[in-house]
Every structure is written in C-alpha cells, then in structure tokens.
Ligand binder design. Structure first.
Ligand code: BDP
Length: 324
C-alpha cells in the first residue's frame, strides 16, 4: 500500500506542476461584434488557440463576441486606455488614428483578391499597421471581409441614378461618408447595432456591407434588395492595446503578432466557404442579389473620391496600383 506521504510527494512532483503549467498567467480580453458562428469570430477563437499554443498555456485570449463589450467606436476607446486588450474591428473604426489608411477605402481599388492580399501582406500593409501606433494601438494583422455593396428596403438599385437622395447608413467614418456621397447618397453614420431597427422603421432607406454581414445580421429580412456593386473592400484588422502590450515581454508581443499572421490563411478560407453557403441561403429566402446594369458607370462616379485625397494618401494609392 502506498503511504499518504508517498502520495503527497507524487502529487507535488507530477500533478501540481502539470496543473501549474496550464494555468494562464495572463488573460487578454478580445472584442468582436460579429456573432459566434461568423467567420471572423471563428478566426478569433483560432487566434486564441494559437496564442495558447505558442505561449505554452501562459497567455489566454478570451473572445467576447456579439458586441457584448460595446460598439466598435467605444471598444477602440477602451483599447486605447487598456480597458480591453484586443479587438477585431473594421478599418473604419481605426482609420481616424492612421489617416493614410484612407487609401484602403478607395472604391474599386484592387484588380482582384490577390492584389489586395499582396498589398496587405507586403510593405504597405506593414506600414499601415505601424501607423496605428500614433493612436496607441498595435496592429497585429489583417482579416478578409469581402466586398461591400448597397442594399435597400424599398426597391432594387439597378442604375446609379436609383441611389440619388437615398439615406444610406454608413460606418462612423469620414472616408466611408465621402465614398457614398460620390454616388449621390446622403450618408447616415450609425453604430452597427442600430442598423436593423433603422431599416425596419424606415429611418434609413438602406445600408451597405459585405454579403456575410448582410446575412448574419438578418438585415436581409428587412432590406431584401442587395446590389452586387462591390464598391469597396475594407479589410478587418486585429488590434492590441499599446498599454496592455507595454506590460508584456517583447517576445510575448511578438508571439501575438505571429499568432495573428498564422490564422490569416484559415480566416480567408472560412470566409470564402461562408460566403458561398450563405448566397444559397439568401436566394432561398427570396433575396434579390442583383448585378448593376452598367458597372463601368458606377466605377466612374466613384473614382471622383480618389482625386479628393491628400498627398500622402495619393502616394500610397500610386504604390498600391504599382503592386504586382
Ligand atoms: C462589418 C464588419 C464590422 C463592422 C460592420 C459595420 O465586420 O466590423 O463594424 O461591418 O458596418 O462588415 O459597422
């Protein structure tokens, strides 16, 4: 029979160190406004898994999905003073602190998906993440968010003239407001959580977003006309609080960056399959996914936004176009 002392020794030698190993010494809270089963949220969880793996269980990332920590604008404020450690947000929520990022809002900016990813994973993408430091934010990496298009409550949009005078919700972001103004629309900046209600009550005539969000938010139930004009491809960004990171060892900061890079490929894959799956569901729900009549004209109208940009943005636009 094993004595109690022997049992205790065994526990001290093996069991305790094991449990001590898996107890995280640092817990980071991450905000996500999309719901649990959305591709960005799934990728946040994959990011958390990778952080745990790379840190051998020392660092835990807790994902708070569905906007429970607040809308993106208030989340960013909290990230800036360290109340929230990490967030996955649209670039619309952070461009104010990194003005050159306005370049990424330009309509019809990329030749194709590959072009966008070449830009984001190359020197331009790295510079733009670094620009965020001016806003006490640390950019860790980029996620895919498809292309944004207009959708409406009352009638389908076929021609650009159909947009004239409509009240369209946009993100609380100056470049996004200028973009839709080029189409003759009155932009109504509004937090994402209020859009469903505003579509329902007729406070707005429509909104614009990627197909995935249009589906997951249920907006299609109140605004059943989606026009595939694909005016802008705004990527998502993973950001960390500079305040929170300042307390971490440099190797751990690097580890977070590494984890964000590591999950980017996975996120793009699940984004693509989600979009495919939901376009079938949307059609089955009776939503009209419409191709605009003369996309060339849409593009021409939107191009006026390019020329209104300050010199530093123009320079970046030039470099983006030259990226092969
Ligand atoms: C979605 C983005 C989300 C934005 C939202 C919006 O994933 O981060 O906040 O659009 O339009 O596509 O506010």
């Amino acid at each position: 029979m094993i004595s109690r002392i022997a049992l205790l020794t065994l526990a001290v030698l093996f069991v305790l160190p094991l449990s001590a190993q898996i107890q995280p010494t640092l817990i980071l809270r991450m905000s996500e406004i999309q719901p649990e089963d959305f591709p960005t949220t799934k990728a946040d969880y994959e990011f958390a898994r990778r952080v745990k793996e790379l840190s051998k269980g020392r660092i835990a990332v807790e994902v708070y999905a569905g906007g429970v920590l607040g809308d993106e604008v208030s989340v960013i404020e909290q990230v800036q003073f360290g109340g929230i450690d990490l967030a996955r947000v649209s670039i619309a929520a952070v461009q104010l602190f990194a003005p050159r990022m306005a370049a990424l809002f330009m309509p019809y900016l990329y030749r194709d998906d590959n072009h966008m990813w070449k830009v984001l994973t190359g020197p331009i993408g790295r510079e733009l993440l670094a620009d965020l430091e001016a806003g006490r934010l640390v950019g860790l990496g980029w996620f895919e968010a498809g292309a944004r298009s207009f959708y409406t409550v009352g009638a389908p949009l076929k021609r650009t003239a159909d947009l004239t005078g409509l009240h369209i919700r946009v993100q609380e972001s100056i470049p996004m407001m200028s973009l839709v103004e080029a189409f003759g629309v009155t932009p109504i900046p509004m937090a994402f959580a209020n859009v469903y209600g505003a579509l329902r009550t007729g406070e707005i005539d429509g909104a614009e977003n990627n197909l995935a969000t249009y589906y997951a938010s249920g907006h299609y139930k109140v605004a059943p006309y989606y026009t595939l004009d694909e005016h802008a491809r705004l990527p998502e960004v993973i950001i960390a609080s500079a305040v929170a990171l300042a307390e971490m060892a440099p190797a751990d900061r690097e580890l977070l960056r590494q984890a964000a890079q590591d999950v980017a490929g996975f996120q793009r894959e699940i984004w693509a399959s989600y979009e495919e799956e939901i376009s079938r569901s949307l059609q089955a729900a009776g939503v009209l996914l419409l191709r605009p009549d003369n996309l060339g004209l849409w593009q021409k109208l939107a191009r006026s936004v390019w020329s209104g940009q300050p010199a530093e943005v123009q320079k970046l636009l030039q470099r983006i176009q030259e990226t092969r």
